[in-house]
Write a protein that binds this ligand. Structure first.
Ligand code: AHM
Ligand code: MG
Length: 392
């Protein structure tokens, strides 16, 4: 299915470094990512996302502009949830395949094009948009050129964040009522992109940062409930949309994935094409001859956000390995693999290609694919060990 991913650069009043309590290693040149402080309010279920973020901003003033971004994400996820929910009603007949014409002769718009525009606008109206990268574009685009004076001025004011996203992952599932999701990653802008002396190539290349440089990641899941799950680099927080009050409320602070489990979530139709270590590990799990001796069950929606969400809560291994046909699998590193790996690791899980930590891979292209195996620590470690034993 065709999807769109976007990257934006946002201004921020100051860099992320705000509490020198801990520093996370990163491969990027000048960034010193530190861990935000949280207090009791951020651990209290029922607190709204808005309240949560203002508490985070109060405790960590330097990230107040990240709060603005999450305000836009909050609104966008509610709007997308509504669009997805209504998309199958006869009154929504203008939603369909891009380029198709509906029965009334009106042009139809694909949901992922609409949700893409929606997120783009919501983030732009935080007033800080600088760069866009889209599946519709071969390369990231400097939006300041298109936005004229105003955009340039805003970019001049301060430092920046880069936001990458997949607006509606799994959107081919919508017609069948199957869960879909939005995946978002937020990076700090590299200091090398000097705002007063515009260097488009350097600035645009800021979308190509490894997951270790992420300062925040989030996904929204549109399913039986609408969930917004986020990390700011210090644990994972799960919010559920309370439709009665129209707010995301904290339903699970400090989400931790079980260390071991007996659930696998792969497109097992591809198993014969996988690398031998991957194939053998899954065969062992299926037969109960793996490390735990447990016989694993399969649960696969075919919609990454739904599969990862279940994996986070119940434990297990979700993956889309490379195969003989697609060496790097199907999932995209920048706006699927890396942000979801950040969330998974922050919940105590692991994420690997089999031979490399997904978070450490530096993207060479915006739409680059990556093999992903993520989930419960002990189970993913079994895959890593199998690759190592095979000499990889
Ligand atoms: P998409 O970005 O085109 O929607 O594709 C990504 C989706 C993931 O959500 C899911 O994990 C995967 O494709 C499923 O692929 P398959 O149908 O090959 O099992
Ligand atoms: Mg996708």
């Amino acid at each position: 299915m065709k999807f769109t991913a976007l990257a934006f650069v946002f201004t921020a009043s100051s860099a992320w470094a705000f509490t020198p309590s801990a520093t996370i290693g990163r491969t990027s040149t000048s960034l010193h990512k530190t861990i935000p402080k949280f207090d009791e309010v951020c651990e209290t279920t029922g607190v709204t996302l808005t309240r949560f973020m203002s508490e985070v901003a109060m405790l960590n003033p330097e990230i107040s502009e990240l709060t603005t971004l999450f305000g836009a994400i909050d609104t966008s996820c509610k709007a997308i949830a509504n669009l997805v929910k209504r998309s199958q009603l006869p009154s929504s007949s203008t939603l369909g395949l891009e380029g198709e014409v509906n029965i009334q002769g009106e042009d139809q718009k694909k949901l992922d094009v609409i949700t893409n525009d929606l997120l783009k606008r919501a983030l732009r109206f935080t007033g800080k948009l600088g760069v866009l990268a889209s599946e519709e574009e071969d390369e990231p685009v400097d939006l300041a050129k298109n936005e004229g004076e105003k955009a340039s001025l805003l970019v001049e004011e301060t430092e920046k964040y880069v936001v990458v996203f997949d607006p509606l992952d799994g959107s081919s599932n919508v017609d069948a009522g199957i869960p879909t999701g939005t995946i978002i990653g937020i990076y700090e802008h590299d200091d090398n992109c000097a705002i007063d002396e515009v260097k488009p190539d350097v600035c645009l290349a800021n979308t190509l940062q490894p997951g270790t440089s992420l300062v925040a990641a989030a996904y929204c899941l549109y399913s039986s409930s609408t969930f917004l799950v986020l990390t700011l680099g210090s644990g994972v927080f799960m919010f559920t949309l309370d439709e009665n009050i129209g707010e995301f409320v904290l339903s699970k602070p400090n989400v931790k994935i079980p260390e071991t489990s007996s659930i696998i979530s792969f497109n097992e139709a591809n198993i014969e094409k996988w690398d031998a270590p991957m194939k053998e590990t899954v065969y062992n799990w299926r037969n109960g001859t793996g490390k735990s001796g447990k016989k694993f069950s399969s649960r696969y929606i075919g919609s990454m956000v739904g599969d990862v969400h279940r994996t986070l809560l119940y434990g297990g291994v979700f993956g889309y390995p490379g195969d003989t046909k697609n060496k790097n699998g199907k999932l995209r590193l920048l706006y699927e693999g890396a942000p979801m790996s950040f969330i998974m690791e922050q919940a105590g899980g692991l994420s690997t290609t089999g031979t490399e930590r997904v978070m450490e891979i530096v993207p060479k292209q915006v739409h680059q694919r990556v093999p992903v195996i993520m989930g419960s620590k002990n189970d993913v470690q079994e895959v890593i060990d199998a690759y190592a034993a095979a000499g990889n």
